[in-house]
Write a protein that binds this ligand. Sequence first.
Ligand code: CTP
Length: 416
Amino acid sequence: MLTLTDLTTTGGDGNGKTVDGHRLILDCVARIAEESGLKAYLVGGPVRDRLLGVVAADLDITVVGDAMMVAERLAAEIQGRLTVHQRFGTATVVAGSLAIDLVTARREAYPSPGALPIVEPGGIADDLARRDFTINAMAMPLPAVSDQLVDPHDGSADLTAGLIRVLHDGSFRDDPTRILRAVRYAARFGFAIERETADLMGNALSARTLSALSGDRLRHELERTFHERDPVAPLQLADNHEILSAIHPALTARHLPAATREPVAPLAWLAALVWPLDAEEGEALSARLNAPSDWARVIADTARIRRSSPALGDASKPSEVCSLLDGMAPAALRGALIMGRGPAQERISSYLSHWWSVAPRLRGHDLLALGVPAGPEMGATLRELRRARLDGETHSVQDEQELARQWVQAPDKTAN
Ligand code: CTP
């Protein structure tokens, strides 16, 4: 059975410096709260992670009382940067690479499924009762001097058993993002979704609960999935539970490889996920996710790249590859590489590692000096010089000067 012994002195991953840093900050929060007659707790993810022996990336603190005041004093004492989110009654203090989130303990009421909750101040029990899963609904009173753990929902037992369990039947209806969060945590920790919770999730999906969710909130959860160490696992789990098809009927994870060789940027995972979608489906997905321009571009370019795949595979010259891929979002290109190593992928790989950056050796002013007029002709000549260099027809500045001179004398030879 896991206990809280030495929670603040060992992190279990050998990262002693981080743990010491966390401990200093927690001690500081405890002192500030005590001096103000308030009670402060470490809550949620960091408690879960410490019980698992993992050092949490961030610290989440709940204050029974005025968290803003504690945040202001903490920022001043540790010389951190304070950001106050008035609307949510939360504050973040950033010190170096560590973010400390402080929130006033609160109870929540959900006016309608998928909507943001109405909040009012509450006690620590209220604050834990509003949370998503039992393993995220534990608190550690500060200062952490003993094995005290506030665990009214038996989160530590579920942590030991490896179970993701909601706190009440209405949880997914209150907050449909929890549907995606459940598979994310299950995949990250190798846990099972407890049977009743899985049933509730299935019911919520059948009731089309996800459609009540705004595009922004849905996209934000997907983004968090792409930031996981191994996004394929939660995406496949989401597919198995028919969560992806509830977002868009064409969305699946079946085409994703079991493992990738190297770390991949989050937006490349988006590209990998939308690989099977055609342009129209991609547009519908972008609309559903209220996609900002970078997401929309990756989704649209992925459809273009997939459509170009046969031509890419057949391309025999680097310049042909460039004319198919120039202007595509790099994340879309990287996403295509996640899909394995066919002839198209080989060309994309060469493009990303080299061809995209190939430019003519001569610049505009060199061409002006050779008699190429400014304007469209200049553009066409530069493009043609790039093409010649890409395809190995020129090897030096002299070769390019020679070509440019020929074209000046016989301009119709400058193709396109
Ligand atoms: N939470 C919740 N329901 C949500 C989002 C968050 O109940 N839809 C609660 C959980 O208790 C969670 C805490 O708020 O632990 C903080 O949320 P977040 O930062 O998303 O979770 P972490 O547990 O810190 O997750 P991660 O390890 O992915 O950062």
